[in-house]
Write a protein that binds this ligand. Structure first.
Ligand code: ADP
Length: 174
């Protein structure tokens, strides 16, 4: 196990344009594709991705499963699909399930020997998880989970998410 924590960086952009070894998809349990970041990743990776997803499905909330990256541009080699919690008010273990997503993605990245990894803001779109709380959970979990991943990029698709993640990271790195 690595003795170093990964470096964490917040960046604006589209996760399908990343140059990491693996990218994380905020998928749904079917692993067949959907809207938001899931739709963008399936479009960029091509139709083989849904076929690979179907063979691995279902994926439980809080869990993660990997496929090849198919038509995505190298160096991306793997897509790690995780299923975030659907926000139902916060008393249905949504925070714990979201933390589990980040932990499981790091475990799967370690199994794949991926050293660089990009995450979207899991659950904060259609699934409705409050983005400020999600940013706190994302940064806390990634900072405290042992891993061999060396570098993590948190990809913000909008300005508000960028600000929340950047502020949270700055607070925790004081
Ligand atoms: P969920 O169903 O887990 O809520 P969504 O895809 O609806 O997933 O949203 C998760 C986050 O991903 C949101 O912040 C959304 O703006 C963002 N997102 C959407 N498209 C992309 C993309 N191409 N790259 C990175 N993030 C994206």
């Amino acid at each position: 196990m690595s003795t170093h924590s990964p470096t964490i960086e917040v960046v604006s952009g589209d996760i399908t344009r990343e140059q990491t070894d693996a990218i994380v998809n905020a998928a749904n349990e079917s692993l067949l594709g959907g809207g938001g970041v899931d739709g963008a990743i399936h479009r960029a990776a091509g139709p083989r991705l849904a076929r690979a997803g179907a063979e691995l499905a279902p994926c439980d909330p809080g869990d993660a499963k990997a496929t090849p990256a198919f038509d995505l541009t190298p160096p991306i080699k793997h897509i790690i699909h995780t299923v975030g919690p659907i926000w139902e008010g916060g008393n249905h273990a949504e925070p714990e399930t979201l933390a589990s997503c980040y932990r499981r993605c790091l475990e799967v990245a370690d199994e794949l020997r991926a050293e660089t990894l990009a995450f979207p803001a899991i659950s904060t779109g259609v699934y409705g998880f409050p983005a400020d709380r999600a940013a706190h959970i994302a940064v806390t979990t990634l900072r405290t989970t042992p891993t061999n991943v060396r570098h993590i990029r948190l990809i913000a698709f909008d300005q508000r998410t960028y600000r929340l993640l950047a502020d949270e990271l700055a607070r925790q790195q004081l």
